[in-house]
Design a binder for this molecule. Structure first.
Ligand code: ZN
Length: 260
């Protein structure tokens, strides 16, 4: 009965205490950001913006982390990793929007990674050549790769679709299992957080397509949680083929293989 009262004073519960504080801070952060919600009640919500997405992703991912930590007895670091993954996945679909915050972050990160790769592979070059190759890489990333990506993607296109969410989950499963050598159970858990966070973003976009005050659907309705589009049928076929291949080739969790 008194166990709860001593929760924060016992050294035995250090891990649990740290984790609880982490989840709590996520919620506080989410609630604070929600207050910055840019909704004019007289006009109704227009679109889910970056603040809305990060708040909902943090709240959803934080709640899922608490449930999974209690169910699977996860370590604090693993729990934080899953929570962060869910939040990033909840922001990712908007990389197809040319001026969104996620696309800026993604390209900054990619540029830093590309520069690091160049630095590692050309470390033996004379300083002037090294500087030249670093500048060329930075310019290539900004003026070629970034511009090409923007040109090839349209907002609420393939990135805002259910197969894209599934594929992202499978990609995380593959990365976790074969590159980072996580256990199969944790890799599937990470895949579920990635896919879940991504789907949460799409659902939120669709919810904002309903004009609750006017009782109408906006033009954007049906453009976020897309299952198939006849306009770009070939792209969807490739996407579904990749998802199917992933499900066939990647190892299933023990709970599924025992049923099969
Ligand atoms: Zn979106």
């Amino acid at each position: 009965m008194w166990e709860g009262l001593f929760f924060f004073s016992s050294k035995k519960h250090d891990n649990e205490r740290l984790f609880f504080l982490f989840c709590f801070s996520i919620y506080i952060g989410a609630v604070t950001t929600l207050t910055a919600f840019s909704i004019d009640p007289s006009k109704g919500a227009t679109m889910a913006n970056f603040n809305t997405h990060i708040s909902v992703a943090a709240a959803g991912s934080g709640l899922a982390t608490i449930i999974c930590t209690a169910s699977f007895h996860l370590a604090v670091f693993d729990a934080c990793l899953l929570c962060l993954l869910g939040i990033i996945a909840g922001l990712l679909p908007d990389i197809d929007s040319d001026h969104s915050v996620p696309i800026k972050w993604m390209f900054r990160l990619l540029t830093v990674l590309a520069l690091l790769a160049v630095l590692i592979f050309t470390a033996s070059l004379p300083p002037l050549y090294l500087l030249g190759s670093l500048c060329t890489t930075a310019l290539l990333m900004h003026f070629v790769v970034f511009k090409l990506f923007k040109k090839m993607t349209i907002h609420r296109g393939l990135f805002h679709s259910v197969p894209a969410a599934l594929l992202f989950g499978l990609l995380i499963l593959w990365l976790g299992k074969y590159l980072l050598h996580w256990s199969l159970m944790f890799s599937w858990l990470a895949a579920a957080f990635a896919c879940g966070g991504y789907l949460l973003h799409l659902i939120l976009d669709e919810l904002f397509s309903v004009d609750l005050l006017g009782g109408q659907l906006k033009d954007s309705f049906g453009s976020a949680l897309t299952i198939f589009s006849p306009v770009s049928w070939y792209a969807y076929l490739i996407l579904y083929a990749a998802v199917f291949t992933g499900f066939v080739l990647l190892p299933m969790p023990a709970a599924v293989t025992s049923i099969i």
